[in-house]
Design a protein around this ligand. Structure first.
Ligand SMILES: [Mg+2]
Length: 350
C-alpha cells in the first residue's frame, strides 16, 4: 500500500471564534491508502492539541512511520489482515491519533473491495439511529438559551453545556428555562475544577437537573473521590477516559466518553467500549472536532457499541462548510452512513 498524508486547515464557523472576525482554523490530516490493484481507502487524524496535547506535527511524524510499515504490505482483504497491519503500525509508533487514521482507512479499503459498509463488516447490518446531543459553548446565558431553544426545536433530546466559568449557574438556569424539564442537560467542565472546588460546584449546579457531569476534574483518584462523595450525581471521564481504562482495576465513576481519535480508530474504540463495560462503566462516544471521516467512523463503531447515553457526534455544523447529507442529524439522530466503506460523498468536504 502507498500511504499519503495531507494536512488541511478547515475554518470554523463565525459563531465559534473566540472573538468576532478572528481567524480560527482546525487542522486535520487526511490519509489516503492506495493498493497496487487501484483501490483506495481514506482515514483522518484529528489530534486537538488544546484538548489532548497532541500537535499536528507529532501526528504527521507518527504517520510517516506508519507509511513505511504499510509500504511493504498488500491491502487487507479481511479484518484479521487489518489487525495485523495495525499491530505492525503500533510497533512503529503507538500514537492513537495517527493509528486512528490508519485503522479507518484500512476499514474503508476492505469495505470498498467487498462493496460493504464498515458497519456491515462489523456485523451490524441494520444499525439503529444514534441519539446525539447538541453542544453549547461557555457563552453568555442569553446566547446559551437561544442555542438551547434552537436545538430543542431541531429535535434534540439532549444538550451538552460547557461549564467552568463564573457564570455557570446563570447559563444552566437560562438553558433549563429555555428547554423545559424533559431535555437532558450534560455539563462538561473539561477539568476546570479541583478536589476542593468541585464538590461545591457540582452540588450547586445539580439543582438544574444535570444528566451527567463530564470531566469535572482531571485525574483518576480525585474523580473517584468526587463520585463517591456525591452518589446521587452521575460523573463521567472524557479527557481522562484512556487513563481510566489503563488503570483498569475498578470503576471510578458512572461513564466514559470514548473517541475514535483517543482509542486509535474504529477497532480500538470497540475494544475500549468492551473493556469499559467489563469494568462496569456506561459508555458514549464523542468527536474531537472530527471531519466527516472521523464522524462516519464513530457512527460505524456506534452501530456495534450501541452507546448507553447520547453521543457528541453532531459537531460538523461547527465548520464553515456544508455538512455532508449522510451526516446531517434529523431530530437529533444520525444513522451510520451506507457504504461502501466509511460512506460515499464524504471526501469532497476536505
Ligand atoms: Mg468533554
Amino acid at each position: 500500500m502507498i500511504a499519503t498524508a495531507r494536512l488541511i486547515n478547515v475554518g470554523l464557523s463565525d459563531a465559534l471564534r473566540p472573538t468576532a472576525g478572528s481567524p480560527q482554523l482546525r487542522p486535520l490530516i487526511l490519509l489516503r491508502l492506495e493498493t497496487s490493484d487501484g483501490l483506495s481507502g481514506h482515514g483522518e487524524a484529528a489530534p486537538l492539541e488544546a484538548y489532548d496535547g497532541i500537535s499536528t506535527e507529532r501526528a504527521l511524524a507518527a504517520l510517516e512511520r506508519h507509511q513505511m510499515v504499510l509500504k511493504g504490505r498488500p491491502g487487507p482483504t479481511d479484518p484479521s489482515e487489518l489487525r495485523e497491519a495495525v499491530a505492525a503500525c503500533v510497533t512503529a509508533d503507538p500514537l492513537p491519533q495517527a493509528l486512528a487514521a490508519v485503522d479507518m482507512a484500512l476499514w474503508d479499503l476492505i469495505g470498498r473491495r467487498s462493496g460493504l459498509s464498515v458497519h456491515e463488516l462489523l456485523g451490524a447490518s441494520d444499525p439503529s439511529p444514534i441519539p446525539l446531543n447538541a453542544t453549547i459553548g461557555a457563552v453568555a446565558p442569553a446566547e446559551a438559551a437561544a442555542e438551547a431553544a434552537a436545538a430543542h426545536e431541531a429535535g434534540f433530546e439532549a444538550l451538552k453545556v460547557k461549564v467552568g466559568t463564573p457564570d455557570d449557574r446563570q447559563r444552566l438556569k437560562a438553558v433549563r428555562e429555555a428547554v423545559g424539564p424533559d431535555m437532558l442537560i450534560r455539563a462538561d467542565a473539561n477539568g476546570a475544577w479541583d478536589r476542593l472546588t468541585a464538590p461545591e460546584r457540582l452540588r450547586a449546579l445539580a439543582r438544574f437537573d444535570i444528566e451527567l457531569f463530564e470531566e469535572p476534574v482531571h485525574g483518576l483518584e480525585v474523580t473517584e473521590a468526587l463520585a463517591r462523595g456525591l452518589p446521587d450525581v452521575a460523573v463521567s471521564l472524557d479527557e481522562s477516559a484512556s487513563a481510566a481504562l489503563a488503570h483498569g482495576a475498578r470503576r471510578l465513576c458512572s461513564a466514559l466518553c470514548l473517541k475514535v481519535s483517543a482509542s486509535g480508530g474504529i477497532s480500538g474504540l470497540i475494544a475500549d467500549a468492551a473493556r469499559a463495560r467489563e469494568l462496569g462503566y456506561e459508555v458514549y462516544i464523542a468527536s474531537t472536532l472530527d471531519g466527516p471521516l472521523g464522524i462516519a467512523a464513530a457512527l460505524h463503531a456506534a452501530a456495534v457499541v450501541r452507546p448507553d447515553r447520547h453521543c457528541g457526534l453532531a459537531t460538523l455544523g461547527r465548520f464553515d462548510r456544508p455538512v455532508p447529507t449522510a451526516l446531517q442529524p434529523t431530530n437529533g439522530l444520525i444513522r451510520a452512513p451506507a457504504g461502501p466503506g466509511l460512506g460515499d460523498r464524504l471526501l469532497n468536504w476536505y
